[in-house]
Design a protein around this ligand. Structure first.
Ligand SMILES: C[S@@+](CC[C@H](N)C(=O)[O-])C[C@H]1O[C@@H](n2cnc3c(N)ncnc32)[C@H](O)[C@@H]1O
Length: 199
């Protein structure tokens, strides 16, 4: 659900799982199709996936649960999952490891999707067992250009006016110049939640 361009799908396919990619955006799914031509795709919202009752072992949502109508999406997952099946969500959340990264982020705060998703807990008891949680941290080296480019894919940038975008880019480029390095280390926390469909 919310399969997007298929980053999570990469690891599901690598495990030889049978995957159906559901996303309301045909253009996102076109990117997924280029990576995984054999994965069936459904242009649909997670709240109305069109999948048969009790047809799936798992409903997985990477970096998208907070976009959904949480009650409707939980009900839809409960309908589609077999008893004992799993509904699971995962988020990568950038950590602001130092003062420079905090200043960079302050230009346009990184949306904390997991915070917006807390409401899912309200609906889960009707269909699902208690939430199980897992988290970990990790880091990677990126070029200065990649560091900036990721912020430019975030929804607050995409919906900003042309003037606002130009101003944010000006401030970010000044900060990158001040930093001076070709590569930067990004730290992330990964949070995963899992619910089991009640029998
Ligand atoms: C950050 S992307 C998800 C990344 C993707 N899960 C991956 O592994 O590459 C967010 C996705 O949520 C999708 N989305 C937005 N509203 C949705 C809805 N109501 N139901 C399902 N997906 C939705 C968007 O079309 C977008 O593809």
């Amino acid at each position: 659900m919310g399969a997007g361009t298929g980053l999570l799908t990469d690891s599901l396919v690598a495990r030889r799982l049978r995957v159906i990619a559901v996303d309301p955006s045909a253009s996102m799914l076109a990117e997924l199709a280029a990576r995984h031509p054999d994965v069936p795709r459904v242009v649909a919202a997670a709240e109305h996936s069109g999948q048969p009752d009790e047809s799936a072992d798992a409903a997985l949502v990477a970096q998208a649960w907070h976009w959904l109508d949480l009650i409707a999406a939980a009900q839809e997952a409960a309908r589609v999952l077999r008893p004992g099946g799993r509904l699971a969500m995962i988020w990568n959340q950038r950590l602001l490891a130092n003062e420079w990264q905090r200043r960079f982020d302050a230009v346009q705060p990184d949306p904390r999707g997991i915070d917006a998703a807390q409401g899912a807990a309200e609906v889960s008891p009707s269909f699902f067992g208690p939430r199980e949680e897992w988290s970990s941290t990790w880091q990677r080296e990126v070029s200065a250009g990649e560091y900036l480019a990721l912020y430019m894919t975030h929804s607050p940038f995409l919906v900003a006016s042309a003037d606002e975008r130009a101003e944010r880019l000006r401030r970010w480029r000044a900060l990158l110049e001040e930093h001076g390095s070709e590569t930067l280390t990004e730290e992330y926390a990964t949070y995963a939640w899992r619910y089991t469909r009640q029998l």
